[in-house]
Write a protein that binds this ligand. Structure first.
Ligand SMILES: [Zn+2]
Length: 422
């Protein structure tokens, strides 16, 4: 298959490639390359000509809570811990009801399909059946997702607090059911955060991770009160990250994504680098819950892996265009108010984090370099009028700053069209 249009992608953190009226050649789900003319060996392949449209790689949302989608944009006048108790937990309790959860997850999945996201790491709730139903729903839509049944056996609301042994049994049932029945969805180990999980639960989750060779997703150093709480709960931990690492849930021989990382100190950052832990940067959520501004320039300079997360419903928008815009704004505020040595993130760097940075969690994903998996977005920006003509880079920059989701004309995952706007 060959897609023709104005093609933009990153080939590393600093290098953006722009090729107008070029051909993106895809074979066996993989990118073969971007060419000015179709090479002879591909001359009998079908060409889909998108004219003047922009063609970019699919985006990876490294942190999103599917059950919270229903109340996004509400109850945001609080900080994290109060917000969890007053809003998030109350909504998540409803997912023990199959009818409610099916209805809510369908709304989430349908909107995700129309968004720029082609791959995502997603939190469900503690409920194994409804989280499996979500995994299956996404699997059938053919997005590539890692979906986790959440674990919580302490400090939760009464109806969300699990018995430790039951929590592990349910998690293993969930993992096996997803592995047996889903092609595009994988399970992922999902301790909610340290305050929600006893040491016993953490130890057993690490065993499951090892047994099924899975990744881990959780939260890290999001809010100052939370960080203090973690260190008072786990007095042996050198820092918040250590409270995962001491149980084997913080990267190293497996992949791990930690959302937020706003208050990670030098030692925690070093451990993240050593263990290859991914930062899921969720700036919109960090603004809404007054958490702060994550030092993303510092992570990038240290060579720590960074991707973006919508963090619904701490974040209000499922669009990673919004996450890109907010990542840039957060870095500008960080530079102005906190650390004038750390220059703001450019639009190229934000585009890198949304595509190639987060995509690397899934393998060779998020670029059009040869051998990358062919996740592709066709963008229609016609609704943004301009009296003079814009080049492709200006058009992309404007899409990032205008940050809307409804510009996706068509979406391909692994070379297959899975969504087309009517
Ligand atoms: Zn979160």
């Amino acid at each position: 298959m060959i897609l023709k249009g104005n093609i933009i992608y990153m080939c590393d953190k600093d290098t953006m490639i722009i090729r107008d009226k070029h051909y993106l050649i895809i074979q066996n789900r993989l990118v073969k390359g971007v060419f000015e003319t179709v090479p002879e060996r591909y001359q009998y392949e079908e060409i889909i000509d998108y004219g003047d449209k922009l063609i970019i790689p699919g985006m990876s949302d490294l942190h999103v809570h599917a059950p919270q989608y229903a109340f996004r944009g509400m109850g945001m006048d609080m900080e994290l811990l109060e917000w969890l108790n007053e809003h998030a937990f109350l909504e998540e309790e409803k997912f023990s009801d199959e009818e409610y959860s099916n209805k809510a997850y369908k709304m989430f999945a349908e909107d995700l399909l129309q968004s720029p996201t082609t791959r995502a790491c997603i939190f469900g709730t503690i409920h194994k059946e409804s989280t499996y139903a979500l995994a299956k729903m996404l699997d059938e839509m053919e997005m590539i997702t890692h979906v986790g049944k959440v674990n919580m056996d302490r400090n939760s609301s009464i109806s969300l607090q699990e018995n430790t042994i039951e929590s592990i049994k349910d998690t293993e049932w969930y993992i096996r059911t997803v592995i047996e029945n889903c092609k595009n969805t994988k399970p992922i180990i999902t301790p909610r955060f340290v305050p929600s999980c006893t040491d016993e639960l953490m130890i057993m989750l690490a065993e499951l991770r090892e047994k099924y060779n899975l990744g881990v997703q959780s939260h890290l150093s999001e809010n100052p009160t939370e960080v203090e709480w973690v260190l008072s709960l786990n007095r042996g931990a050198k820092h918040y990250g250590d409270a995962y690492d001491m149980f084997g849930l913080f990267g190293g021989n497996h992949k791990a994504i930690m959302a937020h990382c706003v208050y990670s100190g030098e030692e925690e950052m070093e451990r993240m680098k050593e263990n290859n832990v991914y930062v899921a940067h969720c700036p919109n959520s960090n603004f809404n819950l007054a958490s702060g501004m994550a030092p993303i320039r510092k992570y990038l300079q240290k060579g720590i892996k960074v991707g973006l997360g919508s963090d619904i419903a701490g974040g209000t928008s499922i669009s990673l265009f919004r996450a890109m815009q907010d990542a840039i704004i957060a870095s500008k505020m960080n530079w102005r108010y906190l650390d004038s040595d750390k220059k703001p993130i450019s639009s190229e760097e934000a585009f890198y984090m949304a595509t190639m940075g987060g995509g690397s969690y899934f393998g060779k994903v998020g670029s059009f370099l040869e051998g990358y998996e062919a996740d592709v977005l066709i963008l229609n920006d016609e609704k943004y009028k301009c009296p003079h003509s814009l080049n492709s880079k200006e058009r992309l920059e404007r899409l990032i700053y205008l940050a809307e989701s409804d510009v996706i004309l068509e979406k391909y995952v692994r070379g297959k069209s899975i969504y087309k706007r009517n």
